[in-house]
Design a binder for this molecule. Structure first.
Ligand SMILES: Cc1cc2nc3c(=O)[nH]c(=O)nc-3n(C[C@H](O)[C@H](O)[C@H](O)COP(=O)(O)OP(=O)(O)OC[C@H]3O[C@@H](n4cnc5c(N)ncnc54)[C@H](O)[C@@H]3O)c2cc1C
Length: 428
């Protein structure tokens, strides 16, 4: 037996997925440990667009009014920028009164609001505190945690059920060796920087297409622009060789300015705030079915190419799906005598729902990403987009921008006039 504290569930990672799950489960009466490695607020590589389909969910999670107050203006149009060309189309509206258009908000704000809300809902926040190892199996997991700070001693907590919400760019300790062996030239590296005084139209979401990569720009809170994107490692490597001594982020910015005229125009009079952030390699794909008895949500479950900016949606919506699967069966899932069998059955049920709701979004995102990154493919697609800009509107709809998972649909019933009182969605 460990002599550390015991919880019903340990949630690893307090990004949008983990914090949302912690809020939903804590409100439903579970004792929740929420473990987050980093101190908040913190900047994070992300395009920072919150699709319209999330806004009613953020209301339900208790952070909607603050998001509404802080975020940039409604995003009503999308543009595709490639070389010197630009095509503009309408973004599709979500079927949620008062919450029809997406907004942009820095992750330093969004993630902090959600983590605070989790603590208000009753979750115990271990932060900054990194998960070092997980031992055990469903019914009795032991999690070794290392609090930040040299003097801090390692602690162990115990929980019958574990939810992994640690994202996909920082592997859990057990996954690190495997990741190192898998490096390939087509790996994507992701970058993000903020700019003041850009000339991006505030209601516009420009998507960038260039050889070996893609990106996006948006105006978020206080008029600050976020520029983010991904680039293949081999492409970035070639450009870095041509610009010896320059930092990778600066080389990425130079590529964007050179290969998308719209970026050069938008940033002509702008001033960068802070350095470029970088993460990678990122590997879009599904990460379910690992056979370790752990429930995965958000990027830890599966990652869409960020060209569609749907990662925050999938993070929050997968937390709703998980809460709907777990909550009605709490006694069986947590009781040591039934936990192994009950968790295996519910893990299978949860993963099946996840695939049903999100696997299609990953495929669409992958198709768009490969079109955007490959000059030959984008040269073929470009005349079609120019002739029918509405394809961009459909593309945004196909990628999930307006879609709610059924588990959350009750929260955003048409005609409700906007926010509903917070509650846990149990349907589906
Ligand atoms: C270039 C780029 C642009 C993007 N643009 C958008 C966009 O515009 N809109 C959108 O919706 N999505 C976008 N995304 C995707 C989005 O950023 C992710 O899908 C989203 O952050 C996933 O949320 P999450 O909660 O699953 O994981 P994360 O947000 O990654 O959170 C995971 C958390 O777990 C913590 N953690 C990790 N390991 C440990 C550990 N061992 N112990 C404790 N804590 C740990 C981390 O510190 C982190 O806070 C973009 C991604 C990229 C790369």
């Amino acid at each position: 037996m460990s002599d550390g504290p015991r919880f019903d569930v340990a949630v690893v990672g307090a990004g949008p997925a983990g914090a949302s799950a912690a809020i939903l489960l804590a409100r439903a009466g579970w004792s929740v440990a929420l473990i987050e490695r980093q101190r908040f607020p913190r900047r994070k590589v992300c395009g920072e667009c919150i699709a319209a389909s999330n806004l009613a969910l953020l209301d339900a999670l208790g952070v909607g009014p603050e998001v509404e107050r802080l975020a940039g203006v409604e995003l009503r149009r999308v543009a595709l920028l490639r070389g010197t060309e630009r095509v503009v189309a309408a973004l599709p509206a979500a079927d949620a009164p008062g919450r029809r258009w997406g907004r942009a908000l820095g992750r330093e704000q969004l993630d902090t609001l959600l983590a605070q809300q989790a603590a208000l809902a009753g979750a115990t926040l271990f932060q900054p505190c990194a998960l070092q190892a997980i031992e055990g199996s469903p019914g009795r997991f032991l999690l070794r945690l290392r609090p930040d700070g040299e003097a801090a001693a390692e602690t162990t907590i115990e929980a019958p059920l574990v939810v992994a919400a640690h994202g996909s760019w920082e592997p859990l300790p057990a996954e690190r060796g495997e990741r190192r062996e898998q490096r390939r030239p087509s790996d994507l590296f992701a970058f993000k920087a903020n700019f003041r005084a850009s000339a991006i139209e505030p209601d516009l979401l420009p998507v960038l297409s260039f050889a070996g990569g893609y990106g996006g720009m948006v105006v978020a809170e206080d008029g600050i622009a976020t520029v983010a994107g991904c680039i293949r490692e081999d492409r970035l490597g070639r450009d870095r060789e041509a610009r010896p001594g320059e930092r990778a982020g600066d080389v990425f910015e130079a590529i964007l300015r050179r290969e998308c005229a719209g970026v050069a125009e938008a940033l002509a009079g702008a001033e960068r705030e802070g350095p470029w952030l970088a993460v990678g390699p990122i590997r879009p794909g599904v990460r379910l079915g690992q056979g370790d008895g752990i429930f995965r949500i958000g990027n830890a479950a599966g990652e869409a190419h960020p060209i569609v900016g749907e990662g925050i949606s999938m993070a929050i919506q997968s937390a709703f799906v998980l809460a709907a699967v777990l909550e009605p069966e709490r006694p069986w899932l947590l009781d040591a005598r039934s936990a192994a069998q009950a968790q295996a059955a519910h893990l299978a049920e949860y993963e099946a729902r996840w695939r049903r709701h999100f696997a299609g979004r990953l495929r669409i995102a992958a198709a768009f990403a490969h079109l955007a990154m490959r000059p030959a493919a984008s040269a073929v697609a470009w005349p079609l987009v120019r002739a029918w800009p509405g394809l961009l509107t459909h593309g945004a709809r196909w990628s999930g921008k307006t879609r709610f998972v059924p588990e959350a649909a009750g929260l955003v019933a048409p005609g409700s006039g906007g926010a509903r009182p917070p509650r846990v969605a149990l349907g589906g």
